[in-house]
Design a protein around this ligand. Structure first.
Ligand code: B12
Ligand code: SF4
Length: 533
């Protein structure tokens, strides 16, 4: 038996109104590994701050054999800070990194970050059990780890063969009992655990859609795999009885694809007295489904709209048209959900021009969502957008801390927009929406208690602060560092920068690089300049 410690590192951006959810993936991994006879703990540094001294004290008490760290692209560096502390404490402990970044950049992550011993490709249940079965022996030279990248001497060796749990019901209820709910101040837009005890619920894996900017397929693939409704409802009951959960945030990539999956789950949650919300693709919705959802406790949907421009929608390969979007929102508004969140992306396609963004603004006014999220494009490794931006020399740095869609200045540009322009457009679109009397009136009308009101007021103040900084002091002084230009472990980008003369004696000329990044390129930029500077 091994002792496994699972960790979620801090986020690189913290904002009151950003969703903050449970580390469902770690709870799932923990349940599976524990069922295979190992002792597991979960430490979540998104719900409590990471302090090295405190961490080392806890580490000395638990004495793990394996430490597994879950990372998205923007927190691989923060995860590595923890892995370094583990290695300094005891180099024999096996450090394992998993998640979409480790899956796609398996070789690079091990080359870039010395303190990660193993990087897992894709779903981690089976590889992690294998590593725990070996314990500290997993580090022995020549040990073969299927579905993992490992170091052998000076080399990184990657085995990309994936072994997955086909029958998701086998995993059982995620090990939420290992998490400290006292620290949980979870929220999603429109909800906070303070006024509604909320938990995440994952009922399937995989997304068959092929949106060019999305990295969802990287870890869990495009093939849909469902849990049975019985297994899902068993979990719902367990969460309600043991943790007093009342609302479930269904985090499947798109829950509404098959109604024979949705109906029994919706009815089951409703019968137990719970409510829920989910993420959905417009093309999977119809009036019958929406009416059933509403009648069975669904309070809201989160929809990825991305753009209001027909030209850009086509390029995104999401299967959406402006017509379908308008119809979808008309249906949802008619059924009358409390929260219908529309998500958009500024720069979703590198060729998006100012006119396209204006069409997005117009569409937002027309569809009238109850919550709006506008992101800035972030080129996540593994996506077609990443490949296109890299090939066109639009990415200036691989300082992963900055690979977020809100709250930091991008280290990349698109053909038409500089980083500053994207952030400015993002902020302006959100400001127009959130400070409109229509939004304020609608929100106040839907308010169910004082805590909910406080949640919105607090979020509003944080956003107002961001807005003021952008408006008054300019994006460059947005209280954020720009991040240092960092080459990708592969040499392609490094060579391009070298050729462009931006690297001298191994040092980057940061000013030159950033000036290059911010340079306007195309004619449509003239319009954007008027708005953005
Ligand atoms: C729910 C969700 C969220 C939730 C948080 C979920 C959570 N528990 O923390 C919210 C809404 C808060 C969120 C926020 C963000 N998210 Co998000 N999110 C998702 C979503 C839809 C589902 C994640 C999930 O639970 N999947 C199901 C589980 C089973 O799969 P998994 O997480 O990949 O885990 C498996 C494997 O990766 C692996 N694994 C994972 N960790 C580890 C660790 C070890 C040790 C091992 C061995 C294996 C392993 O094994 C797991 C089980 O099989 C995914 C899309 C997707 N389908 O993955 C995007 C996704 C993961 N998010 C993404 C991003 C970028 C973000 C943000 C950074 C966006 C931003 N604001 O800038 C933020 C910040 C997140 C943060 N916490 O710091 C990207 C990640 C891309 C990337 N390369 O990093 C995704 C893929 C979507 C996308 N845009 O393409 N997210
Ligand atoms: S954006 Fe949504 S629908 Fe498109 S591929 Fe990603 S998860 Fe699937």
């Amino acid at each position: 038996m091994s002792r496994l410690l699972l960790i979620r590192p801090e986020r690189s951006v913290k904002r009151e109104f950003l969703a903050s959810m449970m580390p469902t993936n770690l709870a799932i991994l923990a349940a599976y590994v524990r069922n295979h006879g190992h002792e597991v703990r979960i430490w979540d540094y998104q719900m409590q701050p990471y302090e090295e001294q405190e961490f080392l004290t806890r580490l000395a008490e638990f004495q793990p054999d394996v430490v597994g760290i879950t990372c998205y692209t923007p927190n691989v560096k923060l995860g590595h800070v923890i892995a370094e502390a583990v290695k300094r404490y005891n180099p024999d402990i096996v450090t394992v990194v998993g998640g979409p970044h480790a899956t796609y950049m398996t070789k690079e992550i091990l080359e870039e970050f010395w303190a990660y011993d193993v990087a897992v490709v894709g779903e981690g249940e089976i590889p992690l059990v294998r590593i725990c079965n070996l314990g500290r022996e997993a580090l022995r030279e020549g040990t073969s780890l299927v579905g993992c990248g490992v170091r052998q001497g000076d080399q990184v060796v990657v085995n990309r063969e994936r072994e997955i749990v086909e029958e998701l019901d086998e995993i059982g209820v995620p090990a939420y009992d290992l998490m400290d709910f006292r620290h949980s101040k979870r929220s999603m837009r429109g909800f906070s655990s303070e006024f509604m005890p909320v938990a995440e619920l994952l009922t399937s894996r995989g997304c068959p859609f092929t949106c060019t900017f999305c990295a969802a397929f990287v870890s869990t693939g495009r093939r849909l795999r469902d849990r049975s409704p019985e297994s899902v409802i068993g979990e719902v009951k367990y969460m309600m009885e043991n943790f007093g959960i009342k609302h479930f945030n269904i985090i499947d990539d798109t829950f509404t694809i098959r109604k024979d999956h949705v109906y029994p789950i919706a009815e089951g949650i409703h019968a137990l007295g719970g409510t829920w919300n989910c993420w959905a693709h417009i093309n999977t919705l119809n009036m019958e489904l929406l009416t059933h959802m509403k009648a069975n406790g669904c309070t809201g949907l989160l929809i990825g709209v991305e753009s209001g421009s027909p030209r850009i929608l086509k390029k995104l390969k999401k299967g959406l048209t402006v017509e379908k979007i308008k119809n979808g929102f008309a249906m949802m508004n008619e059924v009358g959900f409390k929260n219908v969140e529309a998500n958009f992306i500024v720069g979703s396609d590198p060729d998006e021009a100012y006119e396209d963004v204006m069409l997005t603004k117009q569409l937002i006014r027309e569809i009238n969502p109850s919550i709006l999220a506008v992101n800035v494009i972030c080129p996540y490794p593994g996506t077609p957008v990443f490949d296109e931006m890299r090939a066109n020399n639009l990415i200036a740095s691989y300082d992963w801390n900055h690979y977020v869609t809100y709250g930091k200045l991008p280290l990349w540009r698109t053909f038409h927009f500089s980083p500053e322009q994207m952030v400015k457009l993002q902020t302006e679109i959100m400001a127009e929406f959130y400070f409109s009397p229509r939004f304020i009136f609608r929100r106040l009308k839907a308010m169910s208690n004082l805590s909910e009101l406080m949640y919105w007021i607090r979020g509003g103040f944080v956003f107002l602060k961001d807005l003021a900084l952008v408006k008054l002091r300019g994006v460059k002084k947005w209280g954020i560092d720009r991040g240092a230009p960092v080459p990708l472990a592969d040499t392609q980008r490094k060579d391009q920068i070298l050729q462009a003369g931006k690297l001298e004696n191994g040092q980057y000329d940061q000013k030159l690089l950033l000036r290059e990044m911010s340079r306007a390129r195309k004619v449509t930029e003239v319009n954007a300049e008027t708005v953005c500077h």
